[in-house]
Write a protein that binds this ligand. Structure first.
Ligand code: CU
Length: 151
């Protein structure tokens, strides 16, 4: 009886720890960004429009530095919202080609004006399959969702 209680507690602790590690951002993002060879950066584009992400599935490889060009080809604002994806990468910065850049280790979504774009510089860290969606009202239901795979 006592023993099974201990087991229950251990299982619960393991469950909580697993949950936490998935919830946390990559804590050594700045180190990873500094050590990466950005000359080997690969550029990938995703285009947003009414009402889709094109392509709707993106695949990245752990450890490779990327620039993801998030382009809004639509006629209204769209979001690139991907909380768990952003928690699985080391972000270097988000750059606007016209207005400058923001350097921060952690992001969770980007909102982009029609006809404009933002570039996300990052290194994938944790393998997995993540969701991206537009959180403008009704857009996801109309098809603005996709998947991001880190392999
Ligand atoms: Cu949208």
């Amino acid at each position: 009886m006592f023993r099974s209680k201990i087991h229950q507690i251990l299982f619960f602790a393991a469950f909580v720890l697993a949950g936490c590690s998935q919830e946390e951002y990559v804590s050594d993002a700045e180190d990873r960004v500094k050590k990466a060879d950005w000359l080997k950066m690969e550029t990938v584009q995703v285009r947003m429009s009414e009402y889709q992400f094109g392509p709707s599935s993106l695949t990245f490889r752990v450890g490779v530095p990327y620039k993801l060009e998030i382009i809004n080809d639509g006629s209204v604002q769209h979001y690139f919202s991907a909380r768990m994806f952003f928690r699985s990468i080391a972000a270097r910065k988000i750059e606007s080609r016209t207005d400058g850049e923001v350097k921060a280790p952690y992001f969770y979504e980007a909102e982009i004006n029609p006809g404009r774009s933002l570039d996300l510089y990052f290194i994938p860290v944790r393998r997995g399959q993540y969701q991206v969606r537009c959180i403008k009202e009704g857009h996801e239901q109309l098809g603005m969702r996709g998947q991001i795979i880190i392999e």
